[in-house]
Design a protein around this ligand. Structure first.
Ligand code: ATP
Length: 320
């Protein structure tokens, strides 16, 4: 649906986006994750036509959008990180104001506003003033506003920042329902754990570049296979090493104290095959396990610039 290629954006001498590529598939619930200052908001502002990049393309269904921001805005609903609400309006007036921006007026506008407000749980707040709403309610109002023109793609920048746990949970439920109803959704956050439970796809941005992206299943598989297998054998170390060198799925072998660390490209099934073959070859295996690791630990490694980037080196080698 949305394809971004080679985005560059500088603020003065600071390179906020440095050749960012990104693809958002039709129907995806995409988690756009990165540490503070990684370039999420800058990317989102370019996607929504609010900021011009120095270089790069943004296409929606194969059509260039940078020169066609009116079309872009018709097809996208945007919830910014700062709500920018008009405090002195009533909730219903606020919704009707935005409906009018999309040429929706009168009965149709009121009907659509009421239906959206009910959907986000603000049906009983039509006559309340916007500035009297709690932060969670203002967030939901912003969401209703972003849906007023029934956009195909909904983009939300850090939507859960500052929400208490209960409101947070309700918000996630709402996002999930919108996704079930067929909306393509992009949510940004610096909290990977939060998005990994909700999203179908994840893109991790760091220092203005997309460093890892794909469906949750693909990413979990990559993470799993990027972890080494730790094998310990009773004596017979040489025999074990000779065997492993011949195994086609073994990518790297190193020795750490008495353990053999094996970079292995196979899945869980292949992993148990390897163990079986080692035992059948008469190697006295005492221990055999994958290194523990999680999406969160990989995120920390990717975004900690002092550490080796495990997933990236794996990606480079495997060509995935
Ligand atoms: N208008 C601006 N002028 C100068 N620098 C800017 C401007 N907007 C953003 N930046 C800088 O560009 C970098 C990327 O900012 P951006 O807001 O896109 O990151 P982000 O990933 O959304 O961060 P956060 O999670 O903190 O909101 C940051 O270092 C930020 O300080």
């Amino acid at each position: 649906m949305l394809k971004i290629q080679g985005l560059h954006k500088k603020y003065g001498n600071y390179h906020a986006l440095d050749g960012l590529d990104m693809e958002l598939k039709d129907g995806a619930l995409f988690g756009f994750v990165g540490p503070n200052g990684a370039g999420k908001t800058t990317t989102i502002k370019i996607m929504t036509g609010l900021l011009k990049p120095d270089q790069g393309t943004v296409e929606l269904d194969g059509k260039d959008m940078l020169g066609n921001t009116m079309d872009l805005r018709r097809r996208i609903g945007y919830v910014p990180d700062h709500f920018g609400l008009y405090d002195n309006l009533k909730v219903s007036e606020y919704m009707e104001f935005f409906a009018a921006c999309y040429h929706l007026e009168g009965f149709e506008a009121r009907k659509r506003a009421r239906s959206l407000l009910e959907q986000v749980g603000l049906g009983d707040r039509m006559d309340a003033f916007v500035d009297g709403l709690s932060r969670g309610m203002q967030q939901r109002l912003c969401l209703a506003r972003a849906l007023i023109h029934d956009p195909e793609l909904l983009i939300m920048d850090e939507p859960t920042a500052g929400l208490d746990p209960r409101t947070h949970l309700e918000f996630r439920q709402m996002v999930w329902e919108l996704h079930e109803q067929g909306k393509t959704i992009l949510l940004s956050s610096h909290n990977l754990a939060e998005l990994s439970e909700l999203c179908t796809d994840i893109g991790i941005i760091d220092a203005g570049k997309m460093v890892l992206s794909g469906s949750m299943d693909e990413i979990m598989e990559r993470i799993y296979t990027s972890k080494q297998i730790i094998i310990s054998v009773h004596d017979e170390m040489e025999k074990a090493l000779a065997f492993l060198k011949e195994s086609p799925m073994v990518r790297t072998i190193s020795i750490c104290e008495k353990d053999i660390m094996v970079g292995f490209t196979g899945d869980e099934h292949r992993e148990s095959e390897l163990l079986k073959q080692m035992i059948e070859a008469g190697i006295p295996v005492r221990g055999f396990m994958r290194e523990p690791g999680s999406l969160e630990s990989i995120f920390m490694q990717i975004t900690d610039h002092n550490e080796e980037k495990v997933v990236l080196s794996y990606e480079d080698e495997s060509g995935l």
